[in-house]
Design a protein around this ligand. Sequence first.
Ligand code: MSP
Length: 535
Amino acid sequence: MTQPDSFYVTTPIYYVNDAPHIGHAYTTIACDVLARFKRLEGAEVKFLTGTDEHGQKVDKAAKAANIDPQSFTDNVSMHFRNLVNTGDNLLNVTNDDFIRTTEPRHKEAAQAIWQRMKDNGHIYLDSYAGWYSVRDEAYYAESELIDGKAPTGADVEWVEEESYFFDLSQWQDKLLEFYDANPDFVIPKERFNEVKSFVRGGKDYVQGALKDLSISRTTFNWGVPVPGDEKHVMYVWVDALTNYLTATGFPDTDSPSYQQFWPNTTHIVGKDILRFHAVYWPAFLMAADLPLPQKVVAHGWWTIEGEKMSKSLGNVVSPQELVDNFGLDQVRYFLMRQVPFGSDGNFSKANMVSTINADLANNIGNLAQRTLSMIYKQCEGSIPTNTPLTAADIKLLELARVTSNSTNARNRINELIQYCAFDQIIKDIVAIGSAANEYIDEQAPWALKKTNTDRMNVVLYTLAEVVRCIAIMLQPFTPEASKKLLDQLAIPDDQRLFEHLTEHYALTPGTPIEKPQGVFPRMDEALAGDIKNAS
Ligand code: MSP
């Protein structure tokens, strides 16, 4: 027997200065979709999410709320925990762990990686004088400032203090060599080019382009103490990035989880934090003599009705509002369908409603409901016979298993998933639904009922088989609706993997089906409510 693949996927850990919004939901759902795909491929998956609780930004937010930072983070972290399955699971997420950087296991790991970098001679004590942005938790050079602000628009403050430094300047060539040897390390390619350009120091190679990085602070104490010098706390990004290791059992590098998962790591991050993951993190890991992740995938940012999301504009969309207004599967589907992963997206209520209605209600939902209710009524509630199949039946069945580039669906999905091309996978599935709807209109089983019931049976069998394939492929995006469809078709729980897609005649004639219920209701635009103004 071949060993199943191992796959470790992580969301960034979320700052707990504020409540979750659609951007956080997007990253989390994307990781969940990927994790579910890998499981359906037969891989052993570990999926981590959690909260980033130290640093000046969180400390300031706690002070502003007049609450001690531990109680403050306990509270805000819970809102993030409730999005996923370590809490209420608002988003139906299949994470295996939820890490908080204030946990003892993490403090131990952060101190261990620091010690390894120090022991290897990559950390030294000096003093820092320069600009710092609390909102971005990032240092900026004078030359990077635009009108006295960070390039992200965040306020900066002048900081002068004793600080430990990481010798990032020493890692330029090693990073460039690593990027050359791993051409898929960062996805998408354009973002990888930006990363390489940053490390090279612009378009051409500039020696010493990377500056050493200040990695400790003394002016506040909400952080992991530096081992051996406790008046310093670690720079929050050294602490935060290490969370990915902590959850595998690090510093115990012999732990089975570390051994199995750490070498098979994919980080999913927003484009704003790519530099931390694709430059600093690999450098830290090399300095600590630890293996590097396999891949960093950077996604784009969402605007709301064409505007940047911000508290002051009052247009911050919470995951709860989204789910309440549109339904959970619908939200998951829309966010993955709307933009190619990596590009920026715009959230608009009108788009959301039209996509849900076009793809889910009118196309796939309608197909499933027409097929299942005819079988239920006309075939005595059980899967009808499947012989003899005509050329038209076989063509449609092949499409349901073989998609546009004429490799089988399983291989095509596998290929697309390497690039997190979720939107493309969805488009392939919807195309199958459209073809099946055309077929149902052409074959008109409702007319065959009177003229040729044998043929009606074969047509309905063919359609039920297509619904089975669509439901299997949609599971990562719309897990609840897919489950309902597969339950209605009486597909056993252990027959829902991608390997079952390519099985011919997986449905057994004579198997009783459940009374069908629609899974994708049509949305009434008026009922959707104006989520921008929803309280
Ligand atoms: N704490 C750091 C990550 C540390 S990982 C070792 C952080 N946290 S965050 O809460 O500010 O952001 C977490 C994720 O949410 C990032 O991937 C970020 O890109 C994403 N988003 C925040 N706002 C977003 C949008 N408006 N749109 C899409 N994603 C956005 O950064």
